[in-house]
Unconditional design. Structure first.
Lengths: 148, 142
């Protein structure tokens, strides 16, 4: 099934993610980053943050579930077995910190087929518990054309 | 937010200290666990080669996570990063040995923006090949 380009603008049900200190520490460990602002609450507070600050790309952990709802949407027709990650963009209104209760809404931002390649951009808008924007995450996925 | 770098300290062309990041199979497995991205091509050579890759490849998001460390280590506050974007131009191949792959990342200021913000261009090379394309970060300086 080809990519359903009529789904541009479709929004998916919001999902909630609670940001924990240990998850931030685990993520920082996994990327080998020993920045104290990811581990030591006092170090993060001395920089003006309410709690441990998350590495910038931690936002993909928060938006992962909502993004999968888009990828798995049977109406969309994306062949995930052929997908490569084309590009990624983060626009922060403020950094993510431990204790945040975040709500993410994902949208089909664009969908097109070029030379047999299906190109999908998913936008995920992350807001905090009072509805203030935190970060918008844009991911382009490319399902490569079937050869032959 | 409290970047330790002042906007008066930088100009277009200011270089950030470059760093090399070693990625071994174990690092890919750890990143899979921490990020929740268990795509098999990032840890299983049989499946990676079945889909036409020469070897297991690193998660693009792991390379992206490493590259921004050049910026966050320089500016002093990870929370000062307000924008970050890249294209994934070439995969980072991670062989099954003790060395793995090394991604060399350098950065420089390419534009002074309004309100004490600066735009930084990042270059990430693996075996001399660019693995990130148009990698840019915007940072709020003090």
């Amino acid at each position: 099934m080809p990519l359903n380009v009529d789904l541009v603008g479709k929004q998916y049900p919001p999902q909630v993610y609670e940001v924990g200190r240990e998850k931030i520490r685990e993520f920082a460990d996994a990327v080998g980053d020993d920045n104290p602002a990811y581990r030591d609450v006092d170090a993060a507070r001395s920089l003006g943050h309410a709690d441990l600050v998350a590495p910038p790309t931690f936002a993909v952990v928060v938006t992962r579930g909502p993004q999968i709802s888009v990828i798995d949407d049977p109406e969309l027709g994306l062949d995930f077995s052929r997908v490569v990650h084309g590009d990624q963009k983060f626009h922060f209104s403020r950094p993510i910190v431990a204790g945040d209760v975040l709500t993410t809404t994902s949208t089909v931002n664009s969908a097109r087929t070029v030379a047999g390649n299906d190109i999908l951009n998913i936008r995920s808008d992350v807001a905090d518990s009072v509805g203030a924007p935190v970060v918008s995450v844009f991911a382009t996925l490319v399902a490569r054309a079937v050869e032959g | 937010m409290t970047a330790t770098v002042q906007v008066s300290d930088v100009e277009v062309g200011t270089e950030l200290p470059a760093q090399g990041f070693q990625l071994r199979r174990l690092d890919l497995v750890k990143y899979a666990g921490a990020s929740g991205d268990f795509n098999v091509i990032h840890w299983n050579e049989r499946v990676a080669t079945d889909v036409g890759l020469p070897d297991v490849i690193a998660h693009g998001m792991l390379t992206m996570a490493e590259a921004i460390r050049v910026v966050t280590d320089w500016c002093g506050d990870p929370g000062a990063v307000v924008e970050y974007s890249t294209k994934f131009t070439k995969p980072v191949l991670v062989p099954d040995d003790d060395e793995g792959a090394t991604v060399e990342v350098s950065g420089k200021v390419i534009e002074l923006l309004e309100g004490g913000r600066v735009k930084i261009e990042l270059v990430a090379l693996c075996e001399g090949v660019k693995v990130l394309g148009m990698a840019r970060a915007v940072v709020q300086l003090s």
